[in-house]
Design a protein around this ligand. Sequence first.
Ligand code: B3K
Ligand code: ZN
Length: 876
Amino acid sequence: IPTIFRQDYCPYPFKISHLNLIFDLDAAHTHVHSEMLLTRVNPGSDLLLHADGLSLLSIHLDGRELSAVTDYVLNDDGLRVLNPPESFTLSIVTQTQPDQNSTLMGLYASNGNLFTQCEAEGFRKITYFPDRPDVMTQYTVELRADAEQYSVLLSNGNLVDEGVLDDGRHYAKWIDPFKKPSYLFALVAGKLVCQEEKFILASGREVLLQVWVEDGNLDKTQHAMESLKNSIRWDEQRFGLELDLDRFMIVAVSDFNMGAMENKGLNIFNTKYVLANSRVATDIDYANIESVVGHEYFHNWTGNRVTCQDWFQLSLKEGLTVFRDQEFSADMIGTDSGRAVSRIGDVRTLRQVQFSEDAGPMAHPVRPDSYVEINNFYTVTIYEKGAEVVRMYQTLLGRDGFRKGMDLYFARHDGCAVTCDDFRAAMADANGRDLAQFERWYSQAGTPVVTVKSHYDTDLQQYTLTLRQSCAPTPGQTDKSPFHIPVTVGLLDSNGQEMPLYLVGESSAQASCVLELTDIEQSFVFDRIPALPTPSLLRNFSAPVVLEYAYSDTELAHLLAHDSDAFNRWEAGQRLATQRLMQLIKSVQAGEALSLDSLYLEAVGLVLNDENLDPAFRELVLTLPSEAMLAELSAEIDPHAIHVAREYMRQQISAHMHKDFYQVYQANQTMGVYSPDAISAGKRGLKNLALAYLVSNDADEQMISLALTQVHEAQNMTDRLAALAVLVRTGDECAIEPLNDFYQDFADDALVIDKWFSLQASSPKTDVELVRQLMRHPDFNLHNPNRARSLIFSFCHANPVQFHAKDGSGYAFWAEQVLALNAINPQVAARLVRVLDHWRKYQPALQARMQDALLTVANSVGLSKDVQELVVKMLK
Ligand code: B3K
Ligand code: ZN
């Protein structure tokens, strides 16, 4: 399988000013007529057009039919037109079969409607075209279809004409006024209904906003519409960026490979990120919808108006847009503690998933140097680490400096396909800063470790922090050069107050300051420090690094109680918990008696009972690091010991704070009409965390009936699902009836049935046999990615203790499912492959069984590029 290298980039030799597309749509056979106007812009070669599984019906150049012998060569992956003239029109007719397309790339059918997904390389499944992001073209699209079955016909841009054809079918013609790369093309055809609203932009211009869904779902579109309006306002206010079209559409589809897609003016969404009302969606669903709607909308500028030169620059649009959606979600909460809660959530994902990617066989830089299958590079490194890299510009340059950089970026590159270097240059030039070293964040993989040592000089009243950085080797990169790392710090006195910081040589004091670590080791000296402080390091997680400092328990308890940086308060609690959990894991392995000291319990008890603190924040502090996080921190992963240790600690917390949890449970009930706002959601989150602790394994009847009552009386999905989850986790009979009721109540709502599958699959009481049994349920369907994820992925990802069963039965199941999915949908299969990323870090006995499973997959015939690239890298 060929590898693509970043260094091999060559500009495309032709410019394509216009592309006219006519679609004769039908689920069985769709004909695509394409006409493009080409002009040579670079001397030399033949014209190369991409293709993937297309049937060519005809091809004409300036009206002359081309001959397969003398004029063109047809391959599996493309078409080569030999010796074309300098300027010409090429007309091509192709045929595709949407209802046979189970990959969900290109044109495909879902519940009888037709949709497209083109990013990254799906357009080549629709027609012959240079399917690369730096070829930007103006599109005119005419859709023709049966008027009843496909009553709604949508594409990018503005609707310019519609009507009835002679043969009784109808048509719609769309023109997108902005040139765009092929990956942003989209069409939708089907029986759909919409919620629509006119909206006035800051400039006074009126636009039409629509949310399209299948019939019967109009009671679930309001939140997506609100989120869209909030996104539009936010981008105007924070970045001065206005919606550039007269119409903006969101369409929900139930068969979708990922979350959503930012096609110009026609965003296509997984139903999971559109549909919500209080009966069917949880607080987390509501928050995710807001964030994904924001993300796709923000792409309109960061991705669409300015796009990527090649796919190696993917983080240029994804990292930046994730950063923007994170800031949007934080601003929507508004309060400082809300911002911290939102930041903690983002960092948790980063550490749990991205740090582990960066330490495994798939580690790659934010701007990779090579790939086999680009779909394998839509990763947490490109997205989440990419967002951290963008955030560091803001930390280094300040909010205003960052805004200046963004303004310059758009001034320079609007309408162009550019690189990560162009973005960095705009940030540097707009602020007169040298950001040359900052480039290493793009080119070097791996998570840097920053080790901090402190020294207090009583006589000089000086406090010195010495920072040292290192970064472990990653595949293909053995030696790393130092990164440019912003480390935000503060110092607390013994009362927990901020000490004014006077860096030596600076006259003004700050409460928090950004230390710029650029060498391997650097010392920073603070003057006028009257007594030994407690350092608060890496505030707000100012860089995506592991920070090591030999904190004592009392220092951590002090930070947890007093730090003005809410992120570091939480962090101190997590450090306390992690130290204990790692010790407990060792004790479990050694067969020793387990115990938990009171310092931890007292420290988190203060937070639990502090009613001045945001409930959402209290919930986060009382949530132990996940089993996945503990695995990531282990030198050799023992999933069973991790599970036992964490469950033990949960029980201890539960036993010691039973009364407090009960009180918190009662005090944080939300009454009245459901609202997904952060305060109400935070209360529900804390209340349901309290419930989960109350119903720990040895729960008494009274607590079980508390959960049962909540299941029966819940007025919203958040409360109902949380209580049901708690019951399912007991593995007792008490869960059977509520689970059945839940299924009956929501049998016709696919997204809720996904929750029903997922809840069972992720319960530590569910073994692989039960998962196999659930796969035989009439509602299970491997072709639907949401359903596959809800059962198979939930089991493999979210149920480590069962997935890693000692007999290897979980891994055998994994191999079977990877192969089954490989034949249907390679992208979804490849995601599942990644579950075994870290097989070499597990205990030897598990490792051997994982290797067997990996080899079973690797030695199978008919592997997709997607799956093959991964297993090869994992077995290397
Ligand atoms: N840009 C799309 C992702 C496309 C994934 C293709 N395998 C969604 C997003 O990041 O907004
Ligand atoms: Zn994106």
